[in-house]
Design a protein around this ligand. Structure first.
Ligand SMILES: [Fe+2]
Length: 266
C-alpha cells in the first residue's frame, strides 16, 4: 500500500515535470513605461533536440506580439546532426521579422575542434536572413530612434572581446547587448552597456530547495550570488536571465516554465 502510494506520487511528479516543459509563459518588461520604443522578443536556450515548444507556437507568439526585433541568446544544438532541424525550426518563426542571435556553449561543444563546421552552420543561419553576432555590433532603427545591438561571444567556450564587440557602437543610442552566459556581465566595466539579455541557467530548470540545483550542477558565479533568473541589476547594467525554451540533460522542468520575453526599450 505505502509502496503503491510512493509510486503514484513519483509518477504524478514526473508527469507534471513533463507537462511543465510544454507550459510556455510570456513574460513582459516595459522600460519605456508607455509601451513606446523598440519591442523586443527575447528567446534563449532552444535546445532543439530536447524541447517540447514547437516552432509553430513561437510563430503564433510572433504574430500576436508583433515584435520589431527577435533576439536569441544561444544553445541551439547538441550535435552537428541537429543543425538541419534547427534551421527548419528557426525559419518557421523568423520570416518577416529581423532576428539577431549569438552562440551558446553548446554550439561550440557540438562542433568542438571543427571550426569549418561551425562556420558553415553560421553561414546557413545567415542564409535565412538571421544575423549572428560574434563580438560585433549592428544598429537597429525604429521611429527615427537608433539602438546598438551588441553581440558578445560565449564566456566559457567562445572568446568574448568586449572592446572589439563595441567598436561599431554609435553614440546617443541605447546599448543593448546579447550573450549566452550572463556571468560575462561581471567582466564588463560598469555601465558601458545599458542592457544585457542572456540565458544559460534555464532558471534552474528543475527547482530544488536551498539552491541545490545550482550548487550541484553549476559553477557559474551569478548563481552563487543568488542571481538565477529574470531581471537584475549588476554593475549598473540591467541584465535579463531568460529561463529558455528547451531543456538540458533531461527533458523535464519544475517551477521554471519555458519562457518568451517581450520587452520594450525606449
Ligand atoms: Fe542551455
Amino acid at each position: 500500500m505505502v509502496l503503491g502510494v510512493i509510486i503514484l506520487v513519483i509518477a504524478a511528479f514526473y508527469a507534471y515535470m513533463v507537462f511543465e516543459t510544454t507550459w510556455l509563459k510570456i513574460e513582459r518588461l516595459d522600460f519605456s513605461r508607455k509601451g513606446k520604443g523598440l519591442r523586443i522578443m527575447h528567446l534563449s536556450d532552444l535546445h532543439i533536440n530536447m524541447t517540447r515548444i514547437s516552432a509553430e507556437r513561437i510563430k503564433k507568439a510572433v504574430k500576436a506580439e508583433k515584435p520589431d526585433l527577435i533576439l536569441i541568446t544561444g544553445d541551439y544544438i547538441n550535435k552537428p546532426v541537429h543543425a538541419s532541424e534547427f534551421l527548419r525550426y528557426l525559419r518557421t518563426f523568423t520570416r518577416g521579422c529581423r532576428t539577431i542571435m549569438c552562440l551558446g556553449n553548446h554550439e561550440y561543444k557540438a562542433f568542438r575542434s571543427n571550426k569549418e563546421g561551425l562556420q558553415n552552420f553560421i553561414r546557413e543561419i545567415e542564409a535565412l536572413g538571421v544575423e549572428v553576432l560574434i563580438n560585433r555590433t549592428v544598429v537597429v532603427e525604429k521611429d527615427g530612434q537608433k539602438y546598438n545591438i551588441i553581440g558578445f561571444d560565449d564566456l566559457r567556450r567562445g572568446s568574448p572581446d568586449i572592446e572589439k564587440a563595441m567598436e561599431g557602437c554609435i553614440p546617443n543610442a541605447p546599448k543593448i547587448s546579447i550573450t549566452h552566459n550572463p556571468d560575462l556581465v561581471l567582466s564588463i566595466p560598469g555601465k558601458i552597456v545599458d542592457y544585457m539579455f542572456a540565458g544559460h541557467f534555464h532558471g534552474g530548470q528543475i527547482w530544488m530547495p536551498f539552491n541545490l540545483e545550482f550548487m550541484i550542477l553549476r559553477d557559474d558565479q551569478l548563481c552563487r550570488m543568488g542571481i538565477t533568473r529574470g531581471l537584475k541589476r549588476v554593475n549598473g547594467i540591467r541584465v535579463y536571465l531568460n529561463r529558455g525554451l528547451g531543456n538540458g540533460v533531461v527533458p523535464l522542468r519544475f517551477l521554471s516554465r519555458p519562457e518568451i520575453l517581450i520587452c520594450t526599450i525606449p
